[in-house]
Design a protein around this ligand. Structure first.
Ligand code: AMP
Length: 347
């Protein structure tokens, strides 16, 4: 694929806030976006075109692909059959391998350990009958996670006792509990020519399984941060990745443990909008379009706070805070747990 010329159209699968912010970044670089989303689409407010159709609609998928020059995505759970059709028509960046690995927690862990990285100890729990042996081997506490379609802590059951019998209802992996002191993430980008650029690792705080804040600098020793960046780069290189990827890591007494990878722009990278000359959204568009990457250098200390559910009611107060940048996603109803926007505070 050649570099995309200004005016070219980029296809984005998924029309949530990540697709919305990707569309804004693409338009700043002179590109157009066509968003494909089966449901409500905050990205549709800002993209040049929106297709509202299910991922099973072959005619809609075909028309979408034929209207764009390259296809990217803002979420990793696009059905395989849809990807097969799209890939026969246009390049998909990041590639299918990155998607296959991140769509399935077992494949992800096998891949990560296969390239020499540490993950939580894990066992494949294909069916409920595999659970007792897996629990006996890993011990408690442990966490059972569905292999597919889990996000924000959904599809997970915690086991405090090896005798406990609960089931997720779907093929799962059992993970041994990692005794971590902090959760960090690295937002790494890899260009079409193999160039790698990473942002400073951010410290992540979750509540009820949902990311609340990301803070940079994260206050951990420099050597650990270098390790984190090298791990992220190793993953990107091993996948021959093109685009931005989020790598979530646990900090433990024995070093870094990879929790999961997201083959897309990531909530914990929103701080780059206020901290860097080229933010993660522009970086992803640059990579997908075959342009040179920004360098990832950070120019400010930033705290990103997610606005979840009723948090948006604090809008007047948030707008009055100095050195703060408010982003709203244009979603209608502020339901509990729904990400409505975020604030980047320069510290
Ligand atoms: P995940 O959806 O896999 O990112 O898990 C959601 C959250 O659960 C993580 O951010 C951690 O806080 C916690 N968690 C997940 N897996 C483990 C583990 N193996 N050990 C300890 N905590 C975990």
């Amino acid at each position: 694929m050649n570099d995309l010329k200004p005016g070219a159209t980029i296809g984005i699968l998924g029309g949530g806030q990540l697709g919305r912010m990707l569309s804004v970044a693409a338009s700043r670089l002179g590109y157009r976006c066509h968003v494909y989303e089966p449901g409500a689409a905050p990205a549709g407010d800002v993209a040049q075109r929106l297709t509202t159709a299910p991922y099973e609609d072959q005619a809609a998928l075909r028309a979408f692909a034929e209207s764009v020059e390259v296809i990217t995505y803002e979420f990793e759970n696009v059905p395989t059959a849809a990807l097969d059709l799209l890939e026969s028509l246009r390049p998909i960046r990041p590639n299918r391998r990155a998607l296959a690995v991140s769509q399935d927690r077992l494949a992800e862990k096998d891949f990560l350990t296969g390239i020499g990285l540490r993950t939580a100890p894990y066992r494949n729990v294909e069916t409920e009958s595999d659970l007792p042996a897996a629990l006996a081997e890993l011990g408690a506490p442990a966490i059972l996670k569905t292999r597919r379609l889990g996000y924000d802590g959904k599809g997970q059951i915690r086991f405090s006792d090896v005798g406990q019998r609960d089931w997720t209802g779907a093929p799962s992996v059992l993970e041994g509990f990692v005794d971590f002191s902090a959760e960090i993430s690295v937002i790494v980008a890899r260009g079409a020519g193999g160039q790698v650029a990473a942002y400073d690792p951010g410290l992540n705080v979750h509540r009820d399984g949902i990311l609340r804040t990301t803070t940079v600098p994260c206050g951990l020793p420099a050597g650990l941060l270098t390790d984190a960046v090298l791990i992220a780069a190793r993953i990107a290189n091993a996948l021959d990745y093109v685009g931005v990827m989020g790598v979530e890591l646990f900090v433990t007494a024995g070093g870094l443990v990879v929790n999961e990878i997201a083959p897309r722009v990531h909530n914990s990278g929103h701080w780059t909008q206020a901290g860097c000359a080229v933010d993660q959204f522009e970086q992803h568009i640059r990579a997908v379009a075959g342009l040179p990457l920004g360098d990832g250098q950070r120019y400010a200390d930033v705290e990103m706070e997610n606005l979840i559910g009723d948090d948006v009611l604090r809008l007047p107060e948030l707008l009055g805070q100095p050195r703060s940048q408010v982003h709203l996603y244009g979603k209608g109803e502020a339901r509990p747990g729904r990400k409505m926007g975020h604030v980047n505070r320069l510290r």
